[in-house]
Design a protein around this ligand. Structure first.
Ligand code: MN
Length: 190
């Protein structure tokens, strides 16, 4: 199942040449992991990924996540990535996405989508339906975020909910570029 989900991922890159994970491991540990990678490629963007059913469901967020509930951040759905991509940082040497990657934030998430009587809608269903709410426990990002598909395409909006994790002044996407795993910044891998 999760193998089929990675067909597009594999078709876009030669992982032997690029240095990225091949996704051979198949299913992950069954956790609810999130990761945001700062990817300095042809254009700088942040890749927002949620572990769902053994793959990382992914969006490209040009401006990065905001902690300000007034901001609506464009998030473009991209191909699912293998679980081990969550720990990938370094240089993509060749081809698609050529550039540098750091793990800008990571942690676990809880699915709060349509919670009724403590039973959330399954994440896979929420992604399919184009609306989800997740509670992130990361280092730079915490609290609830909603994601909503706009129109029928790949464009979604990522918005911080107004809770204790909200911050109208902090601009972590601009002021905190470093990896939460290694402390490296993208330029270290050039
Ligand atoms: Mn990317």
């Amino acid at each position: 199942m999760s193998k089929d989900k990675l067909t597009e991922y594999r078709s876009k890159r030669d992982t032997a040449a690029s240095g990225e994970p091949a996704g051979r491991r198949g299913r992950g540990r069954g956790g609810d992991r999130f990761v945001v990678q700062r990817h300095d490629a042809s254009t700088l963007h942040f890749d927002f990924r949620l572990e769902v059913d053994g793959v990382l469901v992914s969006w490209s967020v040009p401006k990065g996540p905001s902690l300000d509930p007034r901001d609506k951040r464009l998030a473009i759905r991209t191909e699912d990535h293998p679980i081990e991509y969550a720990e990938f940082e370094g240089r993509i040497a060749e081809g698609y996405g050529k550039g540098t990657v750091v793990v800008w934030d990571t942690g676990t998430y809880r699915n709060l989508t349509g919670v009724r009587r403590n039973t959330p809608a399954p994440m896979s269903q929420a992604v399919e339906d184009g609306h989800l709410t997740v509670w992130l426990d990361g280092e730079k990002l915490s609290g609830a975020f909603s994601m909503t598909r706009t129109g029928g395409g790949d464009k979604w909006l990522l918005v911080k909910k107004d809770d204790k994790g909200a911050d109208r002044r902090a601009k972590p996407a601009r002021t905190k570029p470093e990896s939460v795993l290694s402390g490296h910044v993208n330029e270290d891998f050039e």
